[in-house]
Structures are given as C-alpha cells and as structure tokens.
Ligand binder design. Structure first.
Ligand SMILES: C[S@@+](CC[C@H](N)C(=O)[O-])C[C@H]1O[C@@H](n2cnc3c(N)ncnc32)[C@H](O)[C@@H]1O
Length: 121
C-alpha cells in the first residue's frame, strides 16, 4: 500500500529478534501511550497447535508492552479463548490498573479483546 503520513511501517516476523529490535530502534527510547495488537497466526487447522501459536504471539506482544509502554499507558490485544488465555489474562492484569474483556457483536470466532488501561510500569 502507499505510505501514510506520520506512519512508520515495519514488515517482518515478530518472533524474530531482529524485527523486535527494529521496532525498539524505531521507537528510539520513546514510550508509546497505546499499543494495539491484532496479531494472529496463520491457521493450520490443528486447533491445539493454532491456540498455542496464538498464545505465543500475544505473550511476545505483552513482553514488548512491558519493555516500552509509557507508565499509565493502555494496551488492547486480540486473544483467542482457549488453552492459555485465562493465564494470559491474569498476567496482563498484574501489569495494569484495569483490564476488561470485550467481544464485538460482529465477532463469530473465539476471539475476544483484552482492553488494559493504566500500565503500572
Ligand atoms: C487478524 S490478522 C490482522 C489483520 C489486520 N488487523 C488488518 O486489518 O489487516 C493477523 C495478522 O497477524 C500477522 N502475523 C501472524 N504471525 C505473525 C508474525 N510472526 N509476525 C508478524 N505478523 C504476524 C498475519 O500475517 C496477519 O496479518
């Protein structure tokens, strides 16, 4: 797509340390007010494997959030309910003042959104 004004775009595998570092370099020490993640693996069709892959990705996102988000900042992440999602919710709750779980009416899969406000830093 065409570039967008005031938007930096990084294309790569988020599980790759080099890509993670590219994001950190782009931030250059600045702390975002908000991080939104819609990351989800390509579905293999093997439900248990897909759920594990999905949880791995959002755990990496939470790791980045804890490294860079501004104290008091907010985080929204899509999560597929299933093995590991309750533990992940508990983990997110330890780092934020308030976390709510939301599911849009239009959503027909097991996805939910964790909306976390007030990063404790
Ligand atoms: C639900 S889609 C996001 C759709 C996006 N919100 C949009 O409106 O186009 C999930 C995205 O996560 C990406 N993804 C999956 N694994 C990834 C990884 N390891 N690194 C980076 N992106 C990944 C997929 O390529 C896909 O584009």
């Amino acid at each position: 797509m065409d570039s967008l004004e005031n938007v930096d775009f990084i294309q790569g595998d988020f599980t790759d340390d080099k890509v993670f570092q590219q994001i950190l370099d782009k931030l250059d020490g600045r702390q975002p007010d908000l991080i939104i993640s819609d990351i989800a693996p390509n579905i293999s069709g093997v439900a248990a494997a897909d759920q594990a892959s999905s949880m791995y990705l959002v755990e990496l996102v939470l790791d980045m959030v804890r490294q860079v988000l501004k104290p008091g900042g907010n985080f929204a992440v899509k999560v597929f309910q299933g093995e590991g999602s309750d533990e992940f919710l508990r983990d997110v709750r330890t780092s934020f003042e308030k976390v709510v779980v939301r599911k849009p009416d239009a959503s027909r899969s097991s996805e939910v959104y964790f909306v976390a406000k007030g990063f404790k830093g």
